[in-house]
Ligand binder design. Structure first.
Ligand code: CO
Length: 211
């Protein structure tokens, strides 16, 4: 059996197991999507949002990309944010990075990853540049990378707060709260590193006054 056939077979086994356990499960879920959380995480296969938070289908709306970036020209992430905030009316937006992130490590090298990957990773180099004094003072390579993972998560949360989507929801609805988390591959524990309540102060340069 090929690996791809195995996926489909496992799927059938899973579906019948769930149905045997709870006959109304799929019918109920088909009519219900009211997640309270938007998760913006890394695409890394070792960081499954639902498993590590113990959430069930229907509970968490998910967007993932390399190194969990929130880029102000990325229609994909902004569409997910818009839908989650304005239609699903989530209470929390979580940016979750992880220690040992390959995207972050790649951005710390001078290697040419060619074309699109260079473009994507440049956003992480920009975060490094913002905090270069702090980062350059860390001698150990792994510790420096882990610190950049934390700072990157913080920057992405700040990027969220710069969007009119978040600022409008804060003014009109006093939500969502923004969270910056880092997941540990080695121990499975999430480390909360940054937080912004609805209406938290932001750099006036980025503040909209006509929301
Ligand atoms: Co990663």
């Amino acid at each position: 059996m090929s690996p791809i056939e195995k996926l489909l077979l496992e799927n059938k086994a899973w579906a019948s197991e769930v149905k045997a356990d709870d006959p109304g499960y799929f019918e109920r879920l088909a009519h219900l999507q009211t997640p309270k959380f938007l998760w913006i995480g890394c695409s890394d296969s070792r960081v499954p949002a639902d498993k590590i938070t113990g959430t069930q289908p229907g509970e968490i709306f998910v967007h993932r990309n390399i190194a969990n970036l929130v880029i102000h020209t990325d229609v994909n992430v902004l569409s997910v944010l818009d839908y989650a905030v304005n239609h699903l009316k989530v209470e929390h937006v979580i940016v979750c990075g992880h220690y040992g992130c390959g995207g972050v490590k790649a951005a710390m090298t001078n290697h040419d990853f060619k074309y699109v990957l260079n473009m994507w990773l440049r956003n992480i180099k920009d975060v490094y540049r913002l905090y270069s004094d702090e980062l350059d003072s860390i001698c150990d390579d792994e510790q420096r990378a882990d610190k950049l993972v934390e700072l990157n998560v913080k920057e992405q949360v700040l990027h969220l707060a710069k969007t009119s989507i978040i600022q409008r929801a804060w003014v009109k609805d006093q939500r969502p709260q923004l969270h910056g988390w880092v997941y540990g591959l080695k121990d499975g524990i999430i480390n909360p590193v940054f937080h912004m309540d609805a209406g938290a102060p932001i750099d006036p340069l980025y503040k909209y006054d006509d929301l």
